[in-house]
Write a protein of this length. Structure first.
Length: 350
């Protein structure tokens, strides 16, 4: 019979390794070897120890075990909790980390908490490597961090990178968005900028390049903005005030596109009948039926897996070189785009 308070259903103190050793009459060292599946103990001894551990409801103290081995097996992840795409990435990062036998320690960016504080928290948590989502720190600062522990930057290109980078090609993503609109017959295609961040610069450049490739350089129209719904709404107000609605708008991300979409609809402008709208990220927002947003997918599951794999290779392998992994984005066509005038698949009427 189980000792009171120590069985699987008991409410007593958590069983210790010493309790298992006492129950089977063996040393703590021998019991530890069995529970770690280390060589040495006989099959009969292993059976006795594992049976006793099951009876007591013993679970290894993972934290203490890792500390004893001077390993935390924690990957520190910096995430912006306001970014819906980051939230999706974190979900995939957890799955990938578990696959490799690691866990995550999260540190968030907020309106009042910047990158230096978020990164410092991860360093204090004994993270063995850092996975930084959309980091804005300088390349020199990131390279300096990488000299102390492996750093993987996700979602941002870094010229002549001296650390691991995993991203999709923003230039190719914008090219696919613009090409989709051109094939539908659009020529007057505006772009809502994402602000001053590194990712925003890459997407702005991608829009300019794509418009030039389709011989629409004289139609380039960039509206000031940021990665928020409010920025999209302000862009809609600007377009309505100017009285010159483009036939299509590409936004720097889905949140901005949703803000634009909502503001245009409230003003009685049909999307996509009067204005087609494309976002970027294929976030949860874009998939809501009320929006059905055409958008660019950054393959978050593959990004997450590649990022964790890069960190683990540096930690557990012998890879000393840094590399940049650039994935190909995909255009996801939904109902927010149609031919000018609403003719074509996906057209909706207000």
């Amino acid at each position: 019979m189980d000792e009171p308070g120590r069985g699987l259903g008991g409410n007593g103190p958590r069983p210790r390794l010493e309790d298992v050793a006492a129950l089977v009459g063996l040393s703590s060292a021998t019991v530890s070897l069995v529970l770690r599946s280390a060589p040495g103990p006989s099959a009969q001894t292993r059976e006795r120890v594992l049976g006793a551990a099951l009876r007591l409801g013993y679970r290894p103290d993972r934290t203490a075990s890792l500390l004893a081995r001077r390993r935390s097996r924690l990957l520190g992840v910096m995430v912006d909790i306001r970014n819906t795409f980051h939230t999706e990435l974190v979900e995939h990062l957890y799955a990938a980390a578990e696959e490799f036998g690691y866990d995550l320690s999260l540190s968030t960016l907020t309106r009042a908490r910047g990158e230096p504080e978020a990164i410092e928290t991860l360093l204090d948590s004994r993270a063995e490597a850092l996975i930084l989502l959309g980091a804005e720190a300088s390349a020199a600062r990131l390279a300096s961090l990488d000299r102390h522990l492996p750093v993987v930057v996700v979602g941002r290109g870094i010229a002549n990178a001296e650390l691991d980078v995993v991203r999709t090609s923003d230039e190719e993503g914008l090219d696919r968005a613009v090409e989709h609109l051109v094939r539908l017959g659009h020529r007057d295609i505006a772009f809502i900028d994402g602000g001053g961040g590194v990712v925003a610069v890459d997407r702005r450049r991608g829009y300019r390049t794509a418009m030039g490739r389709h011989r629409l350089a004289d139609r380039i129209r960039i509206l000031p903005g940021s990665h928020t719904e409010e920025a999209g709404a302000r862009s809609a107000e600007r377009l309505l005030d100017e009285g010159e609605l483009p036939s299509a708008v590409v936004a720097s991300n889905d949140r901005c596109a949703v803000g634009l979409f909502s503001a245009l609809t409230r003003a009685g402008i049909d999307v996509p009948g009067a204005v087609s709208v494309i976002g970027y990220d294929d976030s949860v927002l874009s998939r809501l039926a009320v929006f059905g947003l055409t958008t660019v997918s950054q393959n978050p599951e593959e990004q997450a897996h590649r990022a964790v794999a890069a960190a683990v290779e540096r930690l557990d392998g012998d890879r000393s070189t840094r590399r940049e992994i650039v994935l190909v984005p995909r255009l996801i066509v939904r109902g927010s785009t149609a031919a000018p005038g609403g003719q074509g698949p996906g057209a909706r009427r207000a």
